[in-house]
Ligand binder design. Structure first.
Ligand code: ADP
Length: 497
């Protein structure tokens, strides 16, 4: 869990908040969702609010928390006519009470969502149970939240279950719900028949309900039934309301426009700080970058790259998914490597991308390195040792990679989409406040032009240092985002009155 920021005072009355999510750093992480769910609750708690989090007790959580004691009383959760007896374990992290749902049959597995490119076949039930058990837990604990905040499709049934079940209980009549979309591309789509095992009434299986192209979408349940909905950047919030980027849900999103918001993620400044990062060969800060040069040299040695202090290292740390613009990189591979640079990619995902990237790197020994694994410590050494961070995403709800890169003085080069467009300022737009480079079109030529502009700046140290300093020192803390979420929670409550 993210390090708690200094105790700050909030202007609002304390609220009771329950977060429901399928991952949270540092317990279990596959992407940016975990970073957000690991950071927002402590930020809210530091503002004086009672924040609790419910997530599964995956096999990998134990390696972080140790063996937390199992609560004696099991939860009895009924879903789709089946009665589940679920244990739970409690831990306190950075002022946040975390409840881990212990149901080995569903969560004691090697991975979170699937293995070898295949989703687990019972994901609907696994995460349906997360949602219904979270609701049951509030009742069991006698904890009546002002707002339940559900994240992504895995918690999409929370607003629906709240609407259908919990509100019948008068003590929960004032509980609102916020549903956050961290990525509209993942919609939790399952065969219609699954509705039965999830306890979803057949009357909801229409396009006005939660049916989606002849199937069932758990994301749609969240979008339709939450008091308020948000996504993680203002630009992405606009984009998903268009047919081009709405992924079939733009109509529903437009119909909820008055309840739809775009809030930028923050970044935990203590968790992601080159001055306090023990995984780095040498610490550094915006005021003393000597350690960054050491990190670069060590990275080149570690990865078998030529030790060349003046050659720019261009890095990617990413899921290998079409969303992330991997096609653009593979398609311009030779042209990218015809420039004076070294290329480092750390990623896992689509097996076809993994194979093609590894093969492409083999043609450039000492200049290109592809590491096919998920490795937090390695990612930090890459952010620290590299000069440019390439994020050519086709679409990007917010993006945390570019925010981490800013913090580590690794200047982002990004496609102008979603949160990338909202967070990275190109010198062509604002020379004084620029923190990176932006290319406008999702095309090879546009990427290469952006790359050439960045490399040109790299060859002018005063300009490079100015851009880097701007990025390393800007305020990206969760404090501001947490205040905005509090405003949204109040709106959720207000809508119920
Ligand atoms: P997304 O959530 O779509 O994957 P983000 O940019 O929002 O993308 O967040 C990605 C997060 O996951 C960042 O913290 C990034 O450093 C991390 N990450 C991605 N791939 C890897 C990897 N192979 N090893 C370690 N960390 C990774």
């Amino acid at each position: 869990m993210a390090t708690q920021e200094d105790k700050r005072t909030s202007t609002s009355a304390p609220m009771k908040l329950l977060m429901v999510a399928s991952e949270a750093a540092p317990f279990a992480k596959t992407g940016g969702l975990a970073d957000v769910v690991g950071s927002l609750p402590p930020a809210l708690s530091s503002l004086g609010h009672d924040v609790r989090l419910v997530m599964p007790w995956y096999r990998q959580v134990r390696t972080i928390t140790g063996d937390l004691p199992l609560n004696q009383n099991k939860l009895s959760v009924s879903m789709g006519g089946h009665s589940y007896k679920i244990g739970y374990r409690t831990g306190e992290f950075q002022g946040v009470q975390v409840y881990f749902l212990d149901y080995p049959e569903f969560y004691d597995r090697d991975e979170l969502y699937g293995e070898q490119g295949h989703d687990y076949t019972d994901n609907a039930e696994r995460f349906g149970l997360l949602s219904s058990a979270a609701i049951e837990l509030t009742r069991h604990l006698g904890f009546v939240p002002d707002v339940i905040h559900a994240h992504d499709w895995q918690a999409g049934l929370v607003p629906l279950y709240l609407h259908q079940q919990l509100r019948r209980d008068p003590s929960f009549a004032g509980t609102g719900s916020l549903f956050s979309i961290h990525n509209l591309g993942y919609q939790g789509v399952f065969p219609l028949e699954t509705a039965k095992s999830l306890g979803i009434d057949s009357s909801l299986l229409t396009s006005d309900g939660i049916e989606y192209h002849g199937k069932l979408s758990l994301l749609k349940a969240g979008l339709r039934y939450a008091s308020q909905v948000n996504t993680v950047s203002p630009t992405y919030c606009r984009e998903i309301q268009t047919p081009e980027q709405g992924m079939g849900l733009d109509g529903l999103l437009r119909s909820r426009a008055d309840h739809l918001h775009g809030l930028l993620n923050g970044l935990d400044g203590k968790l992601w700080s080159p001055a306090q990062d023990h995984t780095l060969p040498q610490a550094y800060s915006a005021d003393d970058l000597s350690g960054k040069a050491v990190c670069k040299q060590r990275l080149q040695e570690e990865l078998g790259l030529q030790t060349a202090p003046d050659t720019a290292i261009v890095a990617m740390v990413t899921r290998l998914d079409t969303q992330k613009g991997i096609e653009l990189v593979l398609g311009s591979w030779e042209k990218i490597l015809s420039r004076n640079l070294q290329l480092v990619i750390l990623g896992t995902g689509n097996p076809d991308y993994e194979r093609r990237l590894a093969e492409a790197a083999d043609f450039y020994p000492g200049r290109a390195k592809v590491l096919l694994r998920f490795d937090d410590a390695q990612s930090r050494r890459i952010y620290a040792g590299s000069d440019l961070f390439l994020m050519p995403s086709r679409y990007e709800p917010c993006g945390l990679g570019q925010l981490i890169a800013l913090r580590y003085g690794c200047i982002p080069l990004v496609h102008a989409t979603g949160g990338l467009a909202d967070t990275i300022i190109d010198p062509r737009i604002a020379p004084e406040t620029a923190n990176g480079f932006v290319f406008e079109k999702y095309q090879y030529a546009s990427l290469l032009q952006g790359l050439d502009r960045a490399l040109e700046a790299y060859s002018e140290p005063p300009l490079w240092q100015k851009i880097r300093h701007q990025g390393m020192t800007q305020d990206m803390s969760w404090h501001q985002a947490a205040e905005q979420y509090l405003d949204l929670y109040r709106l959720c409550k207000k809508g119920l009155q």
